[in-house]
Design a protein around this ligand. Structure first.
Ligand SMILES: [Zn+2]
Length: 319
């Protein structure tokens, strides 16, 4: 009798779980836990791995619960993962998701968008994301993932455009929670943006923290980038949530190499611009020994230095 009761109990539990998981998209089977980093700020952490491992759950998504609704930061790599994230959100609030803010448009952060869009959430992205959306590369990537991440990414998965673009810097208020969005430029993707939740002192940094190699600067705004890193380094932050990997708690010292590198480039190239020293000369004179042995130095350093030299010339004229 006891055995039958247990069996019945298990069946009821199974049914309840199945109901909770019921949704439009194939239910994800990965483990996903909502971690709290401050009063209102949470995130889920993807597993380190290649893009097609762990059902595509390799990146993080942020969750900020305000009294006027939930703001999600990045939408994960499939509608199924977004659906699972929603179940986790329901464990802490019954408020609707009103906005999704994207740090950048890369497949592992955006294929969950349609789930939130169908709910009526407003989607906000950095200016420049349209370059990715309009590119053949974005369509090819979707095609490739429909194959490699089937059934999580399939024929029904689509690229969703934002309703609103942030040009350089923008502030929005949801309830009484303030979100400061700063576009760094194309540091890592066609456009990268950080989101600072002011009242919570929590920064969602996206993928702009590189460790262990020389970053490719592209045409990013190194002044804004360095300012953002400075804020991270100041120790004022309660927590820093990156686009991948675990969050860091204050005092945040997550930025080491990237910070040192950008600060050095801006110092040396800034001096050269001030003293009207030609680029070639300034480049030859700079002591690169602190960075020369790092991966990607040969591929990236000279181009990076030149980009910073030119942009600091422009900054000098703009002042
Ligand atoms: Zn990423």
């Amino acid at each position: 009798m006891k055995y039958v009761m247990n069996l019945l109990l298990l069946m009821v539990l199974g049914l309840l779980t199945a109901t909770a998981q019921a949704g439009k998209y194939p239910p994800s089977t990965v483990s996903m836990t909502l971690q709290q980093v401050s009063d209102r700020c949470y995130y889920v952490q993807g597993e380190a791995g290649t893009a097609i491992e762990n059902e595509g759950f390799i990146s993080n998504a942020g969750v900020v619960v305000t009294e006027a609704g939930v703001v999600v930061i990045d939408a994960l790599g499939s509608p199924s993962l977004a659906q699972l994230l929603m179940e986790r959100i329901r464990e802490v609030t019954d408020k609707p998701v009103v906005k999704v803010i994207l740090t950048h448009y890369h497949a592992d952060h955006v294929f969950g968008l349609q789930y939130f869009k169908e709910m009526g959430a407003e989607i906000i992205a950095p200016d420049g994301a349209e370059k990715y959306l309009e590119s053949p590369a974005s369509k090819e990537r979707l095609e490739e993932r429909r194959f490699s991440l089937e059934p999580w990414v399939n024929e029904d998965t689509r690229l969703v455009w934002p309703e609103r673009f942030v040009e350089k810097h923008d502030v929005i208020q949801v309830g009484d929670t303030i979100f400061e969005m700063t576009v760094i430029g194309d540091a890592h993707s066609d456009a990268d943006m950080t989101i600072y939740v002011k009242s919570e002192n929590v920064l969602y940094s996206g993928d702009v923290i590189f460790e262990g190699r020389i970053p490719f600067l592209g045409s990013s705004n190194t002044r804004l980038w360095l300012e953002t890193l400075k804020r991270m380094d100041s120790g004022d932050l309660k927590a820093l949530v990156p686009g991948h990997g675990p969050h860091q708690e204050a005092p945040v010292k997550a930025i080491g190499l990237t910070y040192r590198y950008l600060a050095f480039l801006r110092e040396k190239m800034g001096e050269a611009v001030d003293e009207l020293v030609p680029f070639d000369e300034a480049y030859a004179e700079a002591d690169w020994s602190g960075f020369r042995d790092l991966p990607a130095f040969d591929a990236a350093n000279r181009r990076n230095a030149y980009q910073v030299y030119l942009s600091m010339q422009n900054e000098a004229f703009a002042d």
